[in-house]
Design a protein around this ligand. Structure first.
Ligand SMILES: Nc1nc2c(c(=O)[nH]1)N[C@H]1C(S)=C(S)[C@@H](COP(=O)(O)O)O[C@H]1N2
Ligand SMILES: [Mo]
Length: 578
């Protein structure tokens, strides 16, 4: 008689179908490049290219300068500018100059932003469309840099991803969202730490006075500064002690509006967080948040551009002395440090992508080390968020690599009567269930949002067997820590698709083995005969066309050992509630 409650682990034969994976991003094993189009914005029914901004912006600038110059000849405007020279007269001044901590934080912020912006663009390119509504129905996007979806064929969200210029994206390879996310999230964390420290130091010294307007006078002051800049006759600069109205407002918006908005709208795109927040998550849905996140990004880019230009045109020596030298004198103290900072930035820019492509696994591991503890916290939540029938999306993007085997075709042809779900490994009662067996079990229906890592989302009603019920039937012992889902389909680079979940995910209320979608039998496109729904994770962790479930103590021996096909082959994370 055995002392162990578990039968000896039955080896899952599908293990042999899993493959190893490269630790580098190998372009000849990757989705081939595909160019998009110049970004367009939809106004009503018309798509307008943002390239129009160049000629229109140039004309607008010339007109603006002409108008500002003639305005300045009006006595009333002259009087207004005399009265509001640009710096709000009531604003308190700062006597401590630009302390070293401020200089360091300014540089760190610049350095972090480089990675955040490039990786952000890369993430956007994986679903190069923006929407306001939760579902991503073709044609309702308001922004895209991809052609309309081709009709008459299956067009997956992976098909839709585009290549961004290699110098711009990080790592600049099509569908490298997995790697881009590690950069984006890890550096975000550093950026937030830097930002929090900045807030603390700002308000524990007098430096906050530079950025926070304390009198209404800032608005006429900003208007006056705007007219003066636009007329190309710049206001007198006193930035060592006080910023002018326009500067103060734009810095304030950047630090106290754009930054927090980016953080919140970034987090709200996560399945676990969005689902956890109930009505808040439903109202401020993933697509609206993704759009606002993009608008905040646009603000940052325009700000950096204008800020950079102004540093040069309003006196490079003085400005670099302030922010890089900490002095307000006619010396050349700041400039060499500024040049060095720029050199570091350029070097980082040049090295980041080649490094990421070459050391993809290292980037994945380092990223995991940096942010997996945070994702682990979100993974603990058992989400209950449900929507209503009227929220069901008219269009639900398909994704993934379809099954392509005779065996699968035969199953389809036979209406899946010969299908068996095998449950094995560390369980007290290994089982094989037919589809009829599964349909005879307790059924759970749920209307939920699907969050794909690429950026799209969609609402559907799913029907199937709660995983909790399966656990009761097969009884994994305490030492079974993970559930491995094997697919009937291969992944995009050969070898069987699979994914590993912690057992905790299996006990969640909304984790089901679905055989129905929107009240109809699941289609092959969406995973027939059986697919996983686990609503606190991103879409790729929900294996479609499930062949078998194996309970294991560890998953290091499976595939390349990273906990799933996309984890192995596309450097995704294993914990993906965010
Ligand atoms: N077997 C298998 N399952 C898979 C995939 C895949 O490529 N193969 N793709 C995943 C991804 S990335 C997503 S977003 C969802 C898509 O499900 P859908 O086609 O129903 O939208 O399935 C997931 N399950
Ligand atoms: Mo996905």
């Amino acid at each position: 008689m055995s002392e162990s409650p578990a039968k000896p682990a039955m080896t899952e034969p599908l293990e042999a179908a899993l493959t190893g994976a490269d630790d580098r991003l190998r372009l000849n094993h990757w989705l081939p490049p595909q160019t998009g189009i110049a970004p367009r914005i939809r106004i009503g029914g018309r798509w307008i290219s943002v390239l129009w901004a160049l000629p229109l912006g140039t004309v607008a600038l010339i007109v603006l300068i002409a108008v500002a110059q003639s305005l300045r000849e009006l006595p009333s405007v002259t009087a207004f500018i005399k009265h509001h020279p640009g710096i709000s007269q009531a604003a308190p001044s700062v006597d401590s100059g630009f302390p070293v901590w401020l200089q360091i934080q300014h540089f760190a912020n610049m350095f972090f932003m480089l990675f955040i912006i490039r990786a952000g663009i890369q993430i956007l390119a994986d679903h190069p469309r923006l929407y306001w509504k939760r579902d991503c129905t073709p044609g309702i996007d308001w922004f895209r840099f991809q052609k309309p979806i081709p009709e008459g064929r299956v067009w997956t969200s992976k098909d839709d991803s585009v290549t961004v210029p290699a110098w711009l994206g990080l790592p600049g390879v099509r569908h490298s969202v997995g790697l881009a996310r590690w950069w984006h999230f890890s550096v975000n964390l550093l950026w937030v730490v830097n930002g929090v420290l900045f807030y603390v130091l700002l308000f524990s010294t007098e430096q906050w006075r530079r950025l926070v307007p304390v009198t209404w006078d800032v608005f006429p002051a900003a208007l006056s500064t705007a007219i003066q800049y636009a007329s190309l006759n710049f206001p007198v600069d006193h930035s060592w002690t006080r910023y002018n109205g326009l500067q103060q407002l734009s810095y304030f918006v950047t630090v106290f509006v754009a930054a927090p908005v980016s953080i919140v709208t970034g987090l709200m795109q996560s399945p676990a967080i969005s689902n956890k927040l109930g009505w808040f998550g439903r109202t401020f849905n993933r697509q609206a948040m993704r759009s606002v996140h993009f608008l905040a990004f646009t603000w940052f880019v325009l700000f950096i551009l204008m800020h950079g230009i102004m540093v040069f045109v309003t006196g490079l020596r003085q400005n670099t002395n302030h922010m890089f030298g900490g002095v307000d004198d006619p010396s050349w103290r700041g400039f060499p440090l500024f040049a060095l900072a720029m050199a570091v930035l350029i070097a980082a820019w040049l090295v980041a992508s080649p490094f990421t492509i070459r050391h993809a696994r290292l980037v994945q591991r380092t990223g995991g080390f940096m942010v997996d503890w945070l994702k682990g916290l979100a993974e603990r939540w058992d989400v209950h968020a449900q929507l209503t029938e009227k929220d069901i999306s008219p269009f639900f993007w398909p994704n993934g690599t379809m099954p392509a085997s005779k065996a699968f075709d035969d199953l389809v042809a036979g209406g899946f009567v010969n299908y068996r779900l095998r449950i094995s490994g560390l369980v007290e009662a290994p089982q094989e269930f037919s589809l009829a067996d599964l349909k005879a079990m307790p059924k759970q229906e749920q209307i939920t949002t699907h969050f794909c890592i690429q950026g799209w989302s969609g609402v559907a009603k799913w029907g199937g067997v709660p995983m909790r019920h399966i656990l009761e039937l097969v009884r994994p012992p305490p030492e079974a820590r993970y559930a491995v889902f094997y697919s009937l389909a291969d992944g995009s680079d050969g070898g069987r698709y699979y994914d590993v979940h912690e057992l905790r995910n299996m006990g969640h209320e909304l984790t089901i083995l679905a055989y129905e979608m929107n009240g109809a039998p699941l289609s092959v496109l969406h995973g027939a005969p059986l697919r996983l729904r686990c609503e606190n994770e991103l879409g790729f962790k929900m294996v479609k066309w499930i062949a078998a479930i194996e309970f294991v103590r560890d998953f290091g021996h499976l595939g390349a050992g990273h906990g799933g096909y996309n984890e192995d082959h596309e450097f995704y994370g294993y914990r993906m509630p965010i």
